[in-house]
Design a protein around this ligand. Structure first.
Ligand code: MTE
Length: 314
C-alpha cells in the first residue's frame, strides 16, 4: 500500500537514487569478482542493473531477439517516425527523477515517485513475444513487475471499468512532439479485467538493464497478447475510468486501430494481412512465421473475450 506519507522529500529521494546506483556498482563489482551468474547472464548483452532479479518460467527456452535489434528498430514517435530515430534522438532524454500521477476511480490517488512504486514491487524477468501491428515480432527478456499488483495498491473502486495511461508531454525533450504527427500526449488504455490479467507487465528494463530510452524509459506497459502500439511508453499518468478511454491510434485512424487490438491472424489490418509475421533479425531466406491467436497467449486470455465478435471489437 502506498501511503501519501511515503512520498519522499526531494533530498531523501535523491539520496536513495544515489544509494541504488552505488549498490548497483558494488554488486556489479562483486559479480566481476567471480560470483556465479545466472545462466541468461552469459549473453554479452546482459547486465545486472537489478540485483536479486527473479527469473520466471515465462518464455523460457525461446530464442531471444538481440539487444541490438530491440534497441535500434523502434516505434516511439515522440522521438521521430523512422525506426532508427529513437535510438539516436532519445539519448539525452531525462528519466530521473520520474513520477506518476494516479487519478480517477480509486481510493489512493496522487503523484508518486517512481521509486516509491517500484519499492513495493516484486521485480522479475519475463520473456514475452512482442508483436507489432506492422507484422514484425521479437522476443524480449523484459524486467519489471505485475501491472495487477501495482493497480491493486491504488485501490480502484467498483466504478473503475477501465484504466488509462498517458506518456510524458515534453516537446523540448521529445522532438517528435513539435509536430502534430499524433494527438499528443500518446494515450492508451485497457478494460479493467484485461489490466488485472497476470500477463500484463510494467517494464522497467530489458536484458537485465534499465530500460533504454528508446524502448520507453523509465517505465512502459507490456501486454503480450496485443499489438505493439498498446504497449505505451514513458508513462506519467494512470487514470481509472468508468468509460472507455481515448487511445491515440484509435483517434488517429479508427478504421485501422480498434480499442482492443488483440493479435488476431483472422482479422487483417485494412491495408495488409496479419496472418504471418517476420521475426526481427531473421535472415531474409528464413520463412515468415504464422501469427498465432492472441500472439500465442490464448490459454491465458481468450476467456476475456468470450462471446465477443472480434471482427467488430478489433
Ligand atoms: N508509446 C509511445 N509513447 N509512443 C509511441 O510512438 N509506439 C508504440 C508502442 N508504444 C509508441 C509507444 C508502437 S507502434 C510499438 S510497435 C511499440 O511501442 C514499440 O516498442 P519498442 O520500440 O520497444 O519495440
Amino acid at each position: 500500500m502506498i501511503k501519501p506519507s511515503e512520498i519522499t522529500s526531494e533530498s531523501d529521494y535523491l539520496k536513495r537514487r544515489d544509494f541504488i546506483k552505488k549498490s548497483a556498482i558494488l554488486v556489479g563489482a562483486a559479480w566481476s569478482g567471480g560470483l556465479s551468474l545466472p545462466a541468461s547472464a552469459k549473453s554479452p548483452d546482459y547486465a545486472n542493473d537489478f540485483p536479486g532479479l527473479i527469473k520466471t518460467p515465462y518464455g523460457k527456452g525461446e530464442k531471444l531477439t538481440s539487444f541490438k535489434d530491440i534497441t535500434t528498430y523502434n516505434n516511439f514517435y515522440e522521438f521521430g517516425t523512422d525506426k532508427k530515430d529513437p535510438a539516436r534522438t532519445a539519448v539525452n532524454f531525462k528519466t530521473d527523477p520520474w513520477s506518476i500521477t494516479v487519478e480517477g476511480e480509486a481510493n489512493k490517488t496522487g503523484t508518486f515517485h517512481l521509486e516509491d512504486i517500484i519499492k513495493h514491487a516484486q521485480i522479475e524477468e519475463r520473456i514475452y513475444r512482442f508483436r507489432c501491428v506492422e507484422a514484425w515480432s521479437m522476443v524480449v527478456p523484459w524486467v519489471g513487475f505485475s501491472l495487477a499488483e501495482m493497480l491493486k495498491r491504488f485501490e480502484p473502486t467498483s466504478k473503475a471499468k477501465y484504466v488509462a495511461f498517458e506518456t510524458l508531454y515534453d516537446p523540448q525533450q521529445m522532438p517528435g512532439q513539435r509536430r502534430r504527427v499524433l494527438d499528443w500526449p500518446y494515450r492508451d488504455g485497457l478494460r479493467m479485467d484485461e489490466a488485472m490479467n497476470p500477463l500484463c507487465f510494467m517494464a522497467t528494463g530489458i536484458y537485465g538493464q534499465h530500460m533504454p530510452n528508446q524502448n520507453g524509459a523509465p517505465i512502459r506497459l507490456v501486454v503480450p497478447w496485443k499489438y505493439g502500439f498498446k504497449n505505451i511508453k514513458s508513462i506519467v499518468k494512470i487514470k481509472f475510468t468508468e468509460h472507455q478511454p481515448v487511445c491515440t491510434w484509435n483517434v488517429t485512424s479508427a478504421k485501422e486501430y480498434g480499442f482492443y487490438s488483440n493479435v488476431n491472424p483472422h482479422v487483417d489490418h485494412p491495408r495488409w494481412s496479419q496472418a504471418s509475421e517476420r521475426v526481427l533479425g531473421a535472415k531474409f531466406w528464413e520463412p515468415k512465421t504464422k501469427t498465432r491467436m492472441f500472439n500465442g497467449y490464448a490459454s491465458q486470455v481468450a476467456h476475456l473475450y468470450k462471446g465477443m465478435d472480434l471482427t467488430r471489437f478489433f
